[in-house]
Design a protein around this ligand. Structure first.
Ligand code: BG6
Length: 302
């Protein structure tokens, strides 16, 4: 792994600065006027996006920052399977795949002023090979364009065989109080209710409100979601491309208590609205083919 000094010599120079983050893990900082983004190379994990000092993303105060463990909050990169692997040919496949616990390499850093971007990559390696036979390359570009956070995850099949994969940008949004927010953009759709043994259910016309443990995969949902948060005086807009599924998750009281890396009361302050291709929307890639999924996250005052 490259040191922070080497990273700054090679890729720094104003647009992006590298430093030692929590537990000494390397972190890249992107800044525009009024906005800041932090990206850990561990998991290519965006842990921070602030606008005028105010967090747009939730990060647990109890998160691990450790090699081999996922960071709790921010935006975990989920690949090549979502949730527990089914079936699990190696028996010990980590939940949500290996990308979020892998060490990514820096490909490039660019820009300055109003637009700054950082591209990280992850290719076939010993960890991936130990659990997934396919030859692939991921490139993940994180862009701060004034006050919009843009993310693009590109998956390339670098092998001679086709493969299928699932992916999600598991976005933990910071909210004032989750009991007072509503999500628009998913009306009249079908979702799988993971709290009810994946029962397929219909979403009605009303915006979604969170009134208990919520863990849903919305199918055929390629459009923009808007998270109205009147208590916090803002809305968060999540725009996306080439994503056919949207996961909405809040653990609520009991599950929060059961998670070691999450505070008992932190469920109040977060809502995951995840840009995804999972389940029946898994992507199949022929040799040499590339699939890119994009998301843009911004806020508006209300
Ligand atoms: C969500 C899943 O995307 O992630 C939930 O739908 C899961 O079922 C949650 O509990 C958190 O997963 P993890 O592995 O980060 O604890």
């Amino acid at each position: 792994m490259q040191t922070v000094t080497e990273l700054n010599e090679r890729f720094g120079g104003g647009a992006v600065l590298f430093g030692n983050g929590r537990n000494g893990l390397p972190v890249a900082v992107l800044q525009t006027n009024g906005c800041e983004v932090e990206v850990y190379l561990h998991g290519a994990h965006v842990t921070k996006f602030t606008k005028l000092g105010r967090p747009v993303l939730f990060l647990s105060a109890q998160s691990h920052f450790e090699s081999g463990k996922a960071i709790r909050g921010g935006i975990p990169v989920i690949f090549p399977w979502f949730g527990p692997r089914q079936p699990d040919p190696v028996g010990q496949s980590p939940m949500h795949g290996f990308a979020r616990v892998s060490e990514w390499a820096v490909e490039s850093a660019a820009g300055g002023g109003d637009e700054v971007s950082l591209t990280l990559s992850l290719a076939l390696n010993d960890l991936s090979r130990s659990m997934w036979p396919n030859e692939f390359k991921l490139t993940y570009t994180v862009t701060l364009d004034r006050d919009v956070l843009g993310l693009e995850l590109r998956v390339t099949n670098t092998g001679a065989e086709g493969f299928a994969f699932e992916e999600a940008l598991h976005t933990y949004l910071a909210v004032g109080d989750v009991r007072g927010v509503s999500v628009e953009g998913l009306a009249h759709t079908t979702y799988l209710d993971k709290t009810d043994n994946f029962a397929e259910k219909s979403q009605d016309a009303a915006p979604i409100t969170i009134t208990g443990e919520t863990d849903r995969v919305y199918l055929g949902t390629a459009g923009t979601c808007t998270i109205e948060d009147p208590g916090a005086g803002r809305r968060i807009v999540v725009e996306k491309e080439h994503s056919e599924a949207t996961v909405v998750w809040n653990p609520w009281v009991e599950k929060a208590k059961a998670m070691a890396d999450f505070g008992d009361e932190e469920w109040v302050k977060m809502l995951c609205v995840e840009t995804a291709n999972v389940g029946r929307h898994a992507v199949t890639l022929a040799p040499g083919a590339v699939h890119g999924m994009r998301v843009g996250i911004s806020t508006e005052a209300v």
